[in-house]
Design a protein around this ligand. Structure first.
Ligand SMILES: Nc1nc2c(ncn2[C@@H]2O[C@H](COP(=O)(O)OP(=O)(O)O[C@H]3O[C@H](CO)[C@@H](O)[C@H](O)[C@@H]3O)[C@@H](O)[C@H]2O)c(=O)[nH]1
Ligand SMILES: [Mg+2]
Length: 215
């Protein structure tokens, strides 16, 4: 069966120009992207045809939240065998479970218009005050692929004590208020076990360090 013809439907909401829009593949044909919300970032509903493994085409619709791509980094001090993390209020976590809404996280941010490496260097400076030049690229992964388009690029960087150029703390004019914390590496791993570190990118980075024997 051929894929459904998008011209059958109302195409007035088609926004293939702005929406991320890869070309057709042998098993997916995007038909339209409707913006549901673009107050800050963009939530779209895509309708598409998908070929099932048995060869039949079926229509589907999925919402996808587009905040662009992101970068995350674990900063560590080899001599002190410690890691530098941040603590900040996260509204989505707060509305889910109440409490204080404070999460302990590795430094991270959105790529915006920069390339990922430049973006992470800028983010480290903004959030922690550290200047880093040599960052090691690890991998880039989807953090919530059923709902969010974001690819998150992961990095590691060694810091030397005393080379902070500023206080960090985040961009106050964007409402950020970020506390920098330095934690012994074994203690950070124990904090995952105790449920005190609950942010996925942070846990991935700490376990990566552990599995690869980096600290
Ligand atoms: N006014 C306003 N500001 C917003 C809104 N949403 C985000 N911001 C602001 O946009 C900025 C985003 O900060 P970044 O440091 O660039 O991003 P992040 O929120 O730390 O994101 C990182 O962590 C996320 C969660 O793990 C990741 O999803 C993301 O990729 C990245 O790693 C912050 O100043 C935040 O307050 C909004 O709806 N309204
Ligand atoms: Mg951030």
């Amino acid at each position: 069966m051929p894929p459904p013809d998008p011209s059958d439907g109302d195409t007035s909401l088609m926004s293939s120009k702005e929406a991320p829009w890869p070309g057709d593949s042998d098993h997916v044909r995007l038909e339209r992207a409707e913006i549901l919300s673009d107050a800050w970032y963009t939530l779209r509903r895509y309708t598409f045809a998908q070929r099932r493994r048995d060869g039949a085409w079926q229509s589907a619709a999925r919402e996808a939240y587009d905040r662009g791509n992101g970068v995350a980094i674990l900063l560590y001090d080899r001599q002190k065998r410690s890691v530098v993390l941040t603590r900040q209020f996260r509204l989505p976590a707060y509305v889910n479970e109440g409490g204080d809404g404070m999460l302990i996280e590795a430094t991270a941010g959105l790529v915006d218009d920069l390339d990922p490496k430049a973006a992470i260097i800028k983010e480290v400076e903004e959030e922690t005050g550290y200047h880093v030049r040599d960052v090691s690229e690890l991998f880039d992964i989807f953090m919530s692929p059923g709902a969010v388009t974001e690819r998150l690029y992961f990095y590691l960087a060694e810091i030397e004590a005393g080379v902070r150029g500023s206080e960090g703390g985040g961009a106050a004019d964007e409402g950020e208020d970020i506390e920098r914390i330095e934690v012994d590496f074994d203690e950070a791993l124990a904090m995952i076990d105790r449920g005190e570190i609950r942010d996925a990118k942070t846990i991935i980075l700490l376990y990566h360090m552990r599995v690869k024997g980096i600290l």
